[in-house]
Design a protein around this ligand. Structure first.
Ligand code: C5P
Length: 234
């Protein structure tokens, strides 16, 4: 089993606010940039083949400094992303395809807490024949739909509802043609890759995600991640 890895890190992270350290994937948590934690997890996983990191053209130096915090050298290629996450993923997939791979995992740089057990579950599902694998957790909160003024309109039954995470994992050929078709059809509104697979008619299989595998979005997510790592050797 050898799997190409696409780490998307080309976003500007505007919802996390401005920082001298740059976009949120380069902010320091637990003494290292967020993306260094993420890269280290993949660089030390047995299933990892080539890693493609998709960055914004302005961030080459930030990535260079972050890589000094990744102890295990990886087979790593850097490409430039696009204006949306979807375009950044496509750039990464093309780079994986150019080198050749059967499987690919697509992961947000800003999810530094995915662990090897999660990657192993994804691998098992791919080896079991799934074309598309989505780590997700069952929704625990009661869900409400509200109108634009914040008045609740209804309670949404939460049974069978899941919150999607990454890494989302695919047969490379299947997800690459789905992404190319979405791009060619000017469909630019997909916020994750499983939804592109769904749109293309590829069945998506859920594996158990991780409660801790949060996406660092706001300033408080970054502060909480830093707190959590204090004193830990992760
Ligand atoms: O903005 P959001 O938190 O949804 O971004 C998820 C991931 O996608 C982040 O790691 C971000 O860097 C990446 N991204 C990207 N290219 C974009 C927008 C987001 O690689 N144009």
């Amino acid at each position: 089993f050898s799997c190409g890895i696409v780490i998307v890190a080309a976003g500007r992270g505007e919802r996390a606010g401005q920082s001298a350290e740059g976009p949120k994937q380069y902010r320091t948590i637990g003494g290292r940039p967020v993306i260094a934690h993420t890269l280290n997890t993949f660089a030390t996983w047995v299933g990892t083949g080539r890693i493609v990191v998709v960055i914004h053209p302005d961030d080459a130096e930030l990535l260079g400094s972050a890589l000094k915090h990744v102890p295990t050298p990886a087979d790593l290629t850097v490409v430039h992303g696009g204006a949306t996450r979807q375009l950044s993923v496509l750039a990464g997939l093309e780079a994986i395809a150019a080198a050749g791979a059967k499987y690919v995992m697509i992961h947000d740089a800003v999810r530094p807490f995915a662990d090897h057990a999660l990657l192993d579950r994804c691998r098992q599902a791919l080896l079991g024949g799934a074309d598309a694998v989505l780590p997700a957790i069952a929704v625990a909160d009661t869900l409400k739909r509200a109108d634009a003024t914040g008045v609740v309109q209804e309670t949404v039954a939460r049974s069978n509802l899941y919150a999607a995470q990454t890494p989302q994992c695919f047969m490379l050929e299947a997800i690459l043609s789905a992404h190319r078709a979405a791009n060619a059809g000017a469909r630019a509104d997909f916020t994750d890759d499983a939804s592109i697979a769904e749109w293309a008619g590829i069945p998506v299989v859920i594996v158990e995600g991780m409660v801790d595998n949060v996406k660092l979005t706001l300033q408080r997510d970054i502060s909480m991640a830093d707190e959590r790592l204090k004193g830990s050797a992760i």
